[in-house]
Design a protein around this ligand. Structure first.
Ligand SMILES: Nc1ncnc2c1ncn2[C@@H]1O[C@H](COP(=O)(O)OP(=O)(O)OP(=O)(O)O)[C@@H](O)[C@H]1O
Ligand SMILES: [Mg+2]
Length: 520
C-alpha cells in the first residue's frame, strides 16, 4: 500500500482502518459538519499525519484551539480515558502522545511572526475585493496600478496606495483623457475604504519584509513537516480581510511554485477554515478564479482542504474538485437542512451496508462519513468512520509556551522588524517637494519682476537708474531663491510640472501634500 495517513476506523465495529493516501492528497479535500461535531479535531489529526509524513502544512486557527498541536497530549488530561478507549476501538495500537513542529504567524504580529505582503503583490483584483469596491471604483484602482507601473512607483504599503490615489485624484482631468472618466467621488470612495481597512489593522499586512513562501514549506531536521498556524481569532472580526488574505496566499502559491505533476506526496497542504467566507457574495469572476486556482494548483503539489459547516456553502464546481472528504454530522431541522443533507449525500459513492443520508444525520461527535480517493484517484466507497484521537494537546497552547516557541524560532530575525524602503509614497512626496520648490522659485521670480517694476517706477522717481539697482536689491532680499534658479531641483521641478500638466504646478503640489497629511 502507498504511504498514507491513518484517519480512523470504519466498517463493522469500526475495525477497518481508513487512510488518506498521500499520493492523492493533492486532489484536495473537504471537512464539513455542524458546529461541535469534530471538524477541528479532524483538522488537527490530519495536520499531525501530514507533518509526520514530512508534508508541511498551513492552517488558520479560527478559535485558537489548534495551537495545541505544538504540545503533546497528556495522560493527566481530562479526555485521556475517552481518547485511549477510542484508540482501542479502532485498533490504533501504537497511539501515543506527541508534540509537533509548529511555526506561529499572525497578521497583527502579536501571536506569531508578522505576515506581510505588498500592495503590488496582492494586486488590484484582490484589493478591490478587500475594499468591497464597486465596478467603477475597481476600474480606477486598475488605472492607479497601471500608472504606478508605468511611472516606476513601487506599491508596498497602504501609504503608497494612498499617495498614489491622491496623485490620481489631482491629475484626474488629464488621466481621464487617457483612461476614461475618473470621478473625484470614486477616488474619494476608495480612499475612505482604505481608511476602514487601516482601522481593521490592514496597514500591518502591507509592507516588507514580505512573506517568503519557502518559509511555509519547511521540513525539520527530523524529516517532519512544519505546521504553520495563522492566528485567526482577531482576524475573524474582519472576515473580508481574512478571506482575501488566504485567497492571496493560495494564488501566490499557485503562481510561484513550479509544476511537479503528481508527486508521491504533496509539497504543502493548505487548510482553509471557515471557507464559506471566501464565497459570501463573491462575484462570479472571483469564484471562477478560485475554481481555476484549485484545479491547477494540484499539479504544483499543493492540496487544499476546505473546512466549513455545510458543503453547500461551497460552489458546486469547486466542491466537485474536493476528492478526500470527511463529512461530520449535519442537522436536519428545516426543509432547507434536509435538502442540503440529501444533496451532500448524493455526492458520495454508496455503501450497500448503510444509507448515506441517514448516516450523515446520525454520526456521533468525532465520527464522520468519509470517502478518500483510492487507486487511480477513484473516490472510495463511503464509510462510517470513527476518527482517531489526536496525539497533540486538545485545546489551546498556554500563552507562555507559545511566546517561548515564537522567541525561539529562527524566523523571528527575518520578520520581526518592518522595513520601510523608498516607494511610491516617498517618491511622490519627493516629487511634490521639488515641484513645490520650483513653484516657489517661479513665484519668487514673479515677485522679483514686480519688485523690479516697483523699484523701476520708484527708481525713476528717485535716481533714474534702472537695471543696476534693482538687481542688487533683489539679490539682497532673496538670495536663496535666486540661487535655486539653475539647480537640479528646479530642473526636476519643471519635469514634474510638465508631467502634471494641465493645471498650474503650484496647486497640484499643494494638493498632493495636503492629501497625504489628511490620509495619515
Ligand atoms: N477525533 C476525535 N477524537 C476524540 N475526541 C473528539 C474527536 N473529534 C471530536 N472530539 C470531541 O468533540 C469535541 C468537539 O470537537 P471539535 O472542536 O472538533 O468540533 P467542531 O466541529 O470543530 O466545532 P465548532 O464548529 O464549534 O468549531 C472535542 O473537543 C472533543 O472533545
Ligand atoms: Mg472547530
Amino acid at each position: 500500500m502507498d504511504e498514507a495517513i491513518f484517519v480512523g476506523g470504519g466498517g463493522a465495529q469500526y475495525a477497518e482502518k481508513q487512510y488518506l493516501s498521500l499520493k492523492y492528497a493533492n486532489r484536495h479535500g473537504l471537512i464539513a459538519g455542524a458546529t461541535g461535531t469534530g471538524k477541528t479535531v479532524t483538522l488537527q489529526i490530519l495536520a499531525e499525519g501530514f507533518s509526520a509524513a514530512g508534508v508541511p502544512v498551513f492552517l488558520s486557527d479560527v478559535k485558537g484551539d489548534l495551537s495545541g498541536l505544538a504540545a503533546a497530549g497528556s495522560a493527566a488530561a481530562k479526555l485521556h480515558a475517552p481518547f485511549t478507549e477510542r484508540a482501542a476501538k479502532i485498533g490504533f495500537d501504537d497511539y501515543t502522545y506527541a508534540a509537533f513542529p509548529v511555526t506561529f504567524w499572525d497578521l497583527y504580529g502579536q501571536q506569531g511572526h508578522p505576515v506581510r505582503t505588498t500592495v503590488a503583490e496582492m494586486g488590484p483584483l484582490l484589493i478591490s475585493r478587500l475594499l468591497e469596491l464597486s465596478e467603477a471604483q475597481e476600474g480606477i484602482l486598475n488605472i492607479a496600478f497601471r500608472l504606478a507601473d508605468e511611472q516606476g512607483l513601487p506599491l508596498l504599503d497602504l501609504k503608497d496606495l494612498q499617495a498614489l490615489l491622491v496623485w490620481v485624484g489631482e491629475n484626474r482631468a488629464d488621466l481621464s483623457l487617457r483612461y476614461g472618466n475618473i470621478s473625484v467621488q470614486s477616488v474619494g470612495a476608495i480612499q475612505r475604504r482604505l481608511l476602514v481597512l487601516e482601522n481593521q489593522g490592514g496597514a500591518q499586512l502591507f509592507g516588507e519584509p514580505a512573506l517568503a513562501l519557502a518559509d511555509l514549506m519547511r521540513t525539520g531536521a527530523d524529516g517532519r513537516g512544519q505546521i504553520n498556524i495563522l492566528a485567526a481569532d482577531t482576524l475573524m472580526a474582519s472576515p473580508r480581510l481574512y478571506a482575501t488574505f488566504l485567497l492571496w496566499l493560495l494564488s501566490e502559491l499557485f503562481e510561484e511554485l513550479p509544476e511537479v505533476g503528481d508527486p508521491d506526496k504533496p509539497r504543502l497542504v493548505f487548510f482553509f477554515d471557515e471557507a464559506h467566507l471566501l464565497f459570501d457574495d463573491a462575484p462570479k469572476a472571483l469564484v471562477d478564479k478560485v475554481e481555476q486556482v484549485a484545479r491547477l494548483i494540484r499539479s504544483k503539489g499543493v492540496g487544499v482542504y476546505f473546512v466549513t459547516q455545510n458543503p453547500d456553502d461551497i460552489p458546486e464546481d469547486i466542491l466537485g474538485q474536493l476528492g478526500n472528504r470527511v463529512q461530520h454530522a449535519l442537522r436536519a431541522f428545516t426543509a432547507r437542512d434536509r435538502k442540503a443533507l440529501r444533496m451532500a449525500a448524493e455526492t458520495y459513492r454508496e455503501n450497500p451496508d448503510f444509507d448515506t443520508e441517514a448516516a450523515i444525520r446520525e454520526v456521533g461527535v468525532g465520527e464522520a462519513v468519509t470517502s478518500m480517493l483510492q487507486k487511480k484517484g477513484v473516490p472510495g466507497v463511503v464509510q462510517r468512520t470513527l476518527i482517531r484521537p489526536p496525539s497533540s494537546q486538545l485545546g489551546p497552547l498556554e500563552a507562555a509556551a507559545r511566546a517561548a516557541l515564537i522567541a525561539a524560532s529562527d524566523l523571528g530575525a527575518r520578520y520581526a522588524q518592518p522595513v520601510d524602503r523608498v516607494s511610491a509614497y516617498e517618491m511622490l512626496k519627493a516629487r511634490a517637494d521639488t515641484a513645490a520648490q520650483a513653484a516657489e522659485a517661479a513665484e519668487a521670480r514673479q515677485d522679483d519682476v514686480s519688485a523690479t517694476e516697483r523699484e523701476y517706477s520708484a527708481g525713476r522717481r528717485y535716481s533714474g537708474t534702472r537695471v543696476g539697482r534693482s538687481t542688487s536689491q533683489s539679490k539682497r532680499t532673496a538670495p536663496s531663491r535666486r540661487a535655486e534658479d539653475d539647480s537640479f531641483g528646479e530642473a526636476m521641478g519643471r519635469m514634474v510640472m510638465k508631467e502634471l500638466s494641465g493645471t498650474t504646478g503650484r496647486r497640484i503640489v499643494r494638493g498632493i501634500l495636503g492629501g497625504l497629511f489628511r490620509a495619515r
